[in-house]
Design a protein around this ligand. Structure first.
Ligand SMILES: *Cc1c(COP(=O)(O)O)cnc(C)c1O
Length: 362
């Protein structure tokens, strides 16, 4: 049976690698050597131990995660991390600095404000989050509990291509939409988190990578399920973890290793993004939102000369088998999300479609 898959530009949940879906389909009813599906076995069984341990080992291998970092597989999405980060790390009397480069960062700040003292170290909102602040635009609090940033701004289509220098404060990063799209120097961070459903797997599993010494800040008074130390001490199995999500995440990591790792996927991601940006820069018809030096390789946002043309483009694109190109309302226009699993031939096909659309409407 041959199945027709269309080009999926969704911002998330998003396209997964076909070999991952095929393997999951093959083994859905019975894992090899187990005779039961991953959804039907105990999370404390040997087969599940192996699934979780392999996922963790592959993550450590791919990103070179140092031994003094714990990897947690949690639930509740990146949005729950907006609360867990301050509840665990924002100690009494201290201040947390937030660098606002998009709507997700604003949501993270909103939750932190409920917990303790915060400041906005910088915000690019006055220009509708079209760039990343320069180092000298940051106002950092000496002795801050942590500095929070969003490495890739899914909605506005900007991405950090350097790390801010934050002194001794732990850097906390929401990497939901570009984790493992490029090499990452984990040692530069105190905590990294990502909802899996953009670049790592299905929704329902959230990855948290935390430097061990920070676990000392998690107070016993916290709700148990919102306490990093509890999850770390229990190997992400204080309660039932998102088993199916961890299984698929493991398959995605195995696929990434097969591609050649993070440097190899970065080269592919640069090629894909460059091809699309080159088309957007070719004529005045297309109007990319992000400033050149802040362009995201994952979410490419652009407008057309009028809303009428944008609606016509969205409609024609859907009819031609390009799904999910309509942009988020805070930017308008179009957004092409081209995560790790998005195939290169889909970029070529989109560029051809754009040329034809411009020829007819430009
Ligand atoms: C999608 C997204 C979120 C929200 O993720 P959930 O898992 O739905 O809570 C947070 N931050 C960023 C950068 C995102 O792209």
């Amino acid at each position: 049976m041959s199945v027709h898959r269309i080009y999926n530009f969704s911002a998330g949940p998003a396209v997964l690698p076909l070999p991952v879906l095929e393997e999951a389909q093959r083994d859905l009813i019975a894992l090899p050597g187990v005779g039961m599906s991953v959804m039907e076995i105990s999370h404390r069984s040997k087969p599940f131990d192996a699934i979780l341990e392999n996922a963790e080992a592959d993550m450590r291998l791919l990103a070179g995660i140092p031994d003094n970092y714990k990897i947690l597989f949690l639930q509740g999405g990146a949005s729950t991390q907006f609360s867990m980060v301050p509840m665990n790390l924002l100690t009494a009397g201290a201040t947390a600095d937030y660098i606002l480069t998009g709507d997700w960062g604003k949501k993270a700040l909103k939750e932190a404000k409920k917990v303790g003292k915060t400041t906005v170290a910088a915000s690019t909102e006055p220009t509708n989050f079209d760039h990343i602040p320069a180092q000298d635009a940051l106002t950092l609090t000496p002795g801050a509990a942590y500095v929070h940033m969003t490495s890739n701004n899914t909605i506005h289509g900007t991405e950090w291509h350097h790390l801010p220098s934050v002194g001794d404060a732990p850097l906390v990063c929401d990497t939901s939409s570009n984790m493992f799209s490029r090499p990452i120097d984990v040692a530069k961070y105190g905590l990294i988190y990502a909802g899996a459903q953009k670049n790592l797997g299905p929704s329902g599993v959230t990855v948290v990578i935390i430097r061990e010494d920070l676990l000392a800040r998690s107070a016993d008074a916290l709700p148990t399920m919102l306490n990093y130390k509890v999850h770390a001490e229990n190997g992400s199995r204080y309660n039932t973890p998102p088993a199916f999500g961890i299984y698929i995440l493991g398959l995605v990591l195995k696929w990434l290793k097969g591609v050649g790792g993070l440097a190899a996927i970065e080269a592919i991601n640069i090629r894909k993004a460059d091809t699309l940006y080159a088309e957007l820069d070719r004529t005045e018809f297309w109007r990319p939102h992000a400033r050149t030096d802040a362009r995201s390789r994952m979410n490419i946002t652009f407008r057309l000369p009028s809303e009428e043309l944008e609606n016509a483009f969205a409609k024609a694109a859907t009819a031609a088998g390009f799904d999910g190109l309509k942009g988020h309302r805070s930017v308008g226009g179009m957004r092409a999300s081209i995560y790790n699993a998005f195939p290169e031939e889909g970029i070529t096909a989109l560029v051809e479609f754009m040329r034809e659309f411009e020829r007819k409407n430009g």
